[in-house]
Design a protein around this ligand. Structure first.
Ligand code: PLP
Length: 367
């Protein structure tokens, strides 16, 4: 059956394949955390979490508190790590049994105060260490301060200690990554010695899992790999993209040589040209960067460049020489047409493309 509108199909069998592939790369005793922030990288966080829970995922992570609340409302009962909580949401974090990442003295002070005000005992937190990304995390020099504050309260307990790689996908940065690993080991050992118990230590994202098996530690965190992209051609061949963005041809125009197409007359026909107008634009996440012939869509297996300026609700593509008609299916990216290539052609990455597909686009879950 032909599609009738723009839709992002999400294939849960592909998700299962990717999960099993990534799980096969780590020892059985290493816990698996699935990163499902930003609507599970632009897909559907509750549907994916349910599937991943059934596959045996131990932990979930989101970026912000509301994303964790959405998962709880969807019936997810596994631990959920909130990577970047703000102190204004600590009451909700406790009410919903979410696990905050504590990354600074300010956040530590405020969370202890919230936990004490709620009469909590041993409320689980993860400590985030900065080992070189310089984004979020305690400086190694702050360990004595952390230990001191933890000694003064029984309201919280360290369930995990983690850090994040800056360039785990880049072989040229091996030395830097090893330095991050060494720093993490040293600082987490120091913390564990002082705590007198062993929290979960975790360091690897998807590329870390694949490139640094010695850094798997107690748990690994995978995001992009679950969605079918592995930051390398070799890994991409092993994974299946879970999302396919499809639309249809709304209208076809025959443009004469010398005519222009779209806003600001950005495309100028140097010869007679056949164009198709498609019902999605920058309000759907197909940003202006993808226009001006920077990248292609696929129609019956033929590539058609996106021409001119991307509009809010529409794009126009060059279908000269392609046998197609109004109502026909158009693929932007998916299983047989890599989002990584679509993004790369326009100078960006799959992460940005897939997480940008806006909530206006209908999601269709394929079980
Ligand atoms: C987003 C994120 C991940 C997931 O990274 P991928 O490269 O998508 O696997 C892991 N850890 C942290 C802290 C993150 O912010």
């Amino acid at each position: 059956m032909k599609p009738s509108e723009t839709v992002l199909e999400i294939d849960l069998k592909a998700l299962e394949h990717n999960y099993r592939y990534l799980a096969s790369k780590v020892d059985d005793n290493v816990k698996k955390l699935a990163v499902i922030k930003a609507f599970a990288y632009g897909s559907d966080s509750v549907a994916l979490a349910k599937k991943l829970e059934s596959l045996g995922v131990d932990y979930f992570a989101v970026a912000y508190t509301q994303e964790g609340i959405d998962l709880r409302n969807g019936g997810i009962t596994q631990p959920i790590l909130v990577l970047h909580p703000q102190s204004t949401h600590f009451q909700e974090i406790i009410d919903q049994c979410l696990t905050p990442s504590i990354y600074s003295e300010f956040v530590l002070n405020h969370f202890i105060a919230s936990a004490e005000a709620n009469q909590q005992k041993n409320y689980p937190i993860h400590l985030k260490l900065n080992t070189g990304l310089n984004r979020l995390g305690f400086d190694p020099k702050e360990v004595p301060m952390i230990v001191e504050k933890l000694k003064q309260t029984s309201s919280i307990k360290v369930d995990g200690i983690f850090s994040h790689f800056a360039a785990s996908e880049d072989v040229k940065e091996k030395e830097f990554t090893h330095h991050q690993m060494d720093t993490f080991k040293k600082v987490s050992d120091q913390l564990i010695e002082n705590l007198g118990y062993r929290p979960l230590r975790h360091l690897c994202n998807t590329s870390g899992i694949l490139n640094y098996p010695e850094a798997h530690l107690d748990m690994v965190r995978t995001g992009i790999g679950l969605y079918g992209y592995g930051n390398s051609k070799e890994v991409d061949q092993q994974l299946i993209p879970i999302g396919t963005l499809k639309t249809i041809i709304s209208q076809i125009h025959n443009i004469k040589k010398g005519e222009s197409v779209g806003y600001n007359r950005m495309f100028n026909a140097s010869k007679d040209t056949k164009t198709a107008t498609l019902p999605l634009g920058h309000a759907d996440g197909i940003n202006r960067i993808y226009g001006k012939q920077n990248t292609n869509v696929s129609i019956h297996g033929n590539l058609a460049p996106i021409i001119g300026n991307v509009c809010m609700d529409m794009i126009m593509v060059d279908i000269t020489g392609i046998d197609c008609e109004e109502g026909d299916e158009v693929i932007l990216f998916g299983k047989d047409k890599s989002a990584e290539v679509f993004a790369h052609n326009a100078g960006t990455i799959s992460y940005e493309l897939i997480t940008s597909i806006s909530q206006r686009v209908k999601r269709k879950i394929i079980p």
